[in-house]
Structure formats: structure tokens, C-alpha cells
Ligand binder design. Structure first.
Ligand code: HEC
Length: 417
């Protein structure tokens, strides 16, 4: 009888819900952070209980879009944790014994990996208005040192408006020309030049980035670091001057991450089409360790799935996203690298919803959507970050990737008989 009562009664805040909200929500839901209200105390949680139940049930919060794939830093709740929170909120948010409530977590400030070798800061403070549309802005920062970045840490200036940020290097001086005297230009989706390299990306709650063992990204004098920042207006005018601290090594790294880009420009979606499919594939000719994945599309993409078919016919899911949200794009790194043997075929399938029923459709009524860089265009890319198991086989992978590019361009590759 007692056991029955216990299973029927909802969790209480003091012993079960507070630790969960502190671990999974407070990183963003605290004063000065990107989320609109804190979730640190019982009063905070109780006053938002109904909304909490709604967003947790619908997988909107915590923001983490990958539903398959064992990724580092995952913010996802387990099915059990979700149920606990939703049931608690629906039961009227019982408090339990206040004496048992844990103290709100204390978050570290300052550089978590110690003093960086160099700090690159936005050349000017950028003014973000109180309201209106989200802004996408590129900032160009000249690099004066040579070396290899083995780790970096991003420090947003105005934390409550910086939604996410991507970091590229540009050796072509295109970004610098676009930015001219101001050091910045508006850029949605793609940074507006062909990057010579990428350092990855940051979103709230992201730990400092440490490049997978044996790898590092090259930076060199005369190149620029381009910070592409997505601002979400916070309700009050903000001034942001974000910076990134780089941890360098002088020695060239023994290993290299290769971007196996599954991409397609074959996108032409009729208005009203609610399930338009875009695919691409590649057969990896050498053994690789997949360390991470960077999916990319704009607003009307709904589902993304990436998978690998091993030479023995076994299938492995690389990533699955059922409810893609451009505003919560992440760079996903596996907890443990995934070894794929030579001859593995990797594939992607992206589904787009260009109907009026899609609340994220930027065009109302829907219009024809083709490949392109703007918010009302679409893209399809699954960037597989892979390290050759034997570096001496890198040229073979390079040749196969080149063949893939030629295939996409419709070019022919002369074969020798
Ligand atoms: C990575 C940062 C982050 C984490 C972690 C996070 N939130 Fe949020 N939350 C946000 C942001 C930002 C918003 C504002 C809406 C938006 O931008 O999507 C938000 C909005 C909300 C809202 C209001 C929803 C609405 O429709 O306006 C609720 C409720 C909420 N979060 C609950 C939670 C709960 C519960 C957790 C933990 C289980 C959580 N959040 C974890 C960033 C976060």
C-alpha cells in the first residue's frame, strides 16, 4: 500500500527536480545568460511550471536536437528525467522539504583552461537593439601569430544576447574587404567567403573546445579570424564585444581532421511541398575515425539523418534530428570516436517542409525555395569530421573526395584502362 502511494505521488522539487534543473537548465537560465528567466530557486521553477511542462514534453527545452548519437556535452534529458519534470509540473509543482533543497550551482568565471596564449577580440563593440529580428554578424580580426590551435575558449561579451557563434579563418582577404573600415558586416548562414579553415562553433553551455588528440588547426599571420555571431535581441539594448582565447602549439600536429562533406545543391522545393527530400553519399576508401558532425540547413529543414553502411552490410546511425531548428544548430562531437573501415558508405537524407503549416517557414505564403545563402533559401550539408587511421593514406581520401566534387559538378574523370 505504501509502495503504491509512493509510485503515485509526483517527485518533489527539493530532492528530485532542483538537482535536474540545476544540472540541465541553470547553465542558460540564470541572470545575465541567454535564457529569458532564471531557474535557480523553487520560486523560479514554480512560477514557470506550466511552461516547463510544455517545452520539456515537446522536446523544445533543453535545446539539444540530436536524438541519436552519443555526443559529448549533450544537454538532452533521459526519458525518465523528462517524465519526472513533466509529472512534477502537472502535479502542481510540489516543493517537498525546503531544508533539503540544494544551493543553486556556482559557475566558474574567467578562462577555464588557464590564461590563453593569445586573445582575439571583436575590433569594435557591436550594438544589438532591444527587439526585432535576430541578427547574423561577421567580425574580422587580424591574426598576427603563427601556430596551431589545440584548444579555444569563447567568452561572449553580452551573454544574454549572444545565441551562438562560429569561427572561421580567411586567407583570401575577402572578409576583410567586406568589413572595410568597420571590422564587421552582416552575414546570414554562410560567412560570405570560402574559409581557409574552421575552428568550430560555440553555443551557450559549451565547454572550452579541445581538438581531438593529435589534431590542431593552423593559424597564420596575415590571415583573419572571422567570428560569425548570431544575436537574439534580449529586450534591452546591448553592446557586445566578444572574444576568443586560443591555446597554441608550435609543432605541426601529427594528425588531421578531414571534412567529408555530404552536400547537395540540388534543391528546388515547390511551395506547399511538405516532404521534399535531399540526399548525398560517399564511399570512404580508407579506415577513418569519425570524431564529430556538423549538420547545416536553414529554416525549413525538418529531419536530418546521417548513417553509415559498413562493408559487412551493418548500418550505424551517425546522427538523427527529427525537429531541426536553425536557431539551435550545434557542432556535435562524439564521446568516443567512431571507427569506420575502408569501403564504408556514408549517406545523408534531409527532409524539408515548405508548407504554410510549418511555423518556421520564413515565407508566408510559401514560395519556391532553391539552394542559396539567404534566410529564404536552403542548404543541405552534413560535414563528417574524420581522422585517417593511417595518415599516409590521406592522399587516397583526398583523391576520392575530389572525385566526389567532380561528380557533383557533372565533370568527368578520365579513367585509365
Ligand atoms: C543552452 C541554453 C539553454 C538551456 C540548457 C535551457 N534553456 Fe530554456 N531557454 C533558452 C533560451 C535562449 C530561451 C528563449 C527562447 C529561445 O531562444 O528558444 C529559453 C526558453 C525557455 C522557456 C520559455 C519557452 C518559451 O516558449 O518562451 C522555458 C519554459 C524553458 N526555456 C525551460 C527550460 C528548462 C526546463 C530547461 C532544462 C530542462 C532549459 N530551459 C534549458 C536557453 C536554454
Amino acid at each position: 500500500m505504501i509502495a503504491l502511494l509512493l509510485t503515485l505521488s509526483a517527485a518533489d522539487y527539493a530532492t528530485q527536480i532542483a538537482p535536474l534543473l540545476h544540472a540541465k537548465c541553470a547553465g542558460c537560465h540564470r541572470p545575465g545568460e541567454v535564457a529569458p528567466f532564471p531557474l535557480l530557486t523553487y520560486t523560479d521553477a514554480k512560477s514557470h511550471a506550466a511552461e516547463i511542462a510544455k517545452v520539456v514534453e515537446r522536446n523544445i527545452m533543453p535545446p539539444w536536437k540530436a536524438v541519436e548519437g552519443d555526443f559529448a556535452g549533450s544537454r538532452a534529458l533521459t526519458a525518465k528525467e523528462k517524465e519526472l519534470i513533466v509529472d512534477w509540473a502537472k502535479a502542481g509543482a510540489p516543493r517537498g522539504n525546503p531544508a533539503k533543497e540544494p544551493a543553486p550551482p556556482v559557475f566558474k568565471t574567467g578562462w577555464q583552461l588557464g590564461e590563453p596564449d593569445i586573445v582575439l577580440e571583436m575590433p569594435v563593440a557591436f550594438e544589438v537593439p532591444a527587439g526585432g529580428n535576430d541578427l547574423y554578424q561577421c567580425f574580422v580580426i587580424p591574426v598576427a601569430v603563427a601556430g596551431y590551435v589545440k584548444a579555444w575558449e569563447f567568452q561572449p561579451g553580452a551573454r544574454d544576447t549572444v545565441h551562438h557563434s562560429l569561427f572561421f579563418t580567411d586567407g583570401s582577404r575577402t572578409a576583410r574587404k567586406r568589413a572595410a573600415d568597420t571590422g564587421t558586416y552582416s552575414c546570414f548562414g554562410v560567412p560570405g567567403f570560402l574559409p581557409s579553415g574552421s575552428l568550430g562553433g560555440w553555443s551557450p553551455g559549451f565547454a572550452p573546445f579541445q581538438s581531438p588528440a593529435g589534431t590542431a588547426s593552423r593559424i597564420q599571420p596575415g590571415h583573419d579570424l572571422v567570428m560569425q555571431i548570431h544575436y537574439h535581441p534580449s529586450g534591452k539594448p546591448e553592446k557586445d564585444r566578444s572574444r576568443i582565447g586560443l591555446y597554441l602549439t608550435k609543432d605541426p600536429p601529427p594528425k588531421r581532421i578531414v571534412d567529408i562533406a555530404l552536400v547537395s545543391k540540388a534543391i528546388d522545393i515547390a511551395p506547399g511541398d511538405a516532404a521534399y527530400k535531399v540526399t548525398d553519399y560517399f564511399t570512404i576508401p580508407i579506415d577513418v575515425d569519425v570524431v564529430g558532425l556538423i549538420p547545416h540547413a536553414h529554416y525549413i529543414c525538418k529531419r536530418m539523418i546521417g548513417w553509415a553502411t559498413l562493408p559487412n552490410g551493418k548500418k550505424r546511425t551517425l546522427i538523427r534530428i527529427d525537429d531541426w531548428d536553425f536557431n539551435w544548430q550545434e557542432q556535435y562531437y562524439y564521446r568516443q570516436p567512431m571507427r569506420l573501415p575502408a569501403g564504408t558508405k556514408v549517406e545523408m537524407e534531409f527532409i524539408y517542409d515548405n508548407s504554410a503549416a510549418n511555423p518556421r517557414n520564413p515565407s508566408n505564403p510559401p514560395k519556391r525555395v532553391e539552394w542559396g545563402p539567404d534566410a529564404t533559401d536552403e542548404m543541405a550539408g552534413l560535414h563528417i569530421q574524420a581522422i585517417p587511421v593511417r595518415m599516409e593514406e590521406l592522399p587516397e581520401l583526398g583523391r576520392a573526395l575530389w572525385g566526389k566534387i567532380m561528380r557533383a559538378l557533372g565533370g568527368f574523370i578520365p579513367t585509365t584502362r
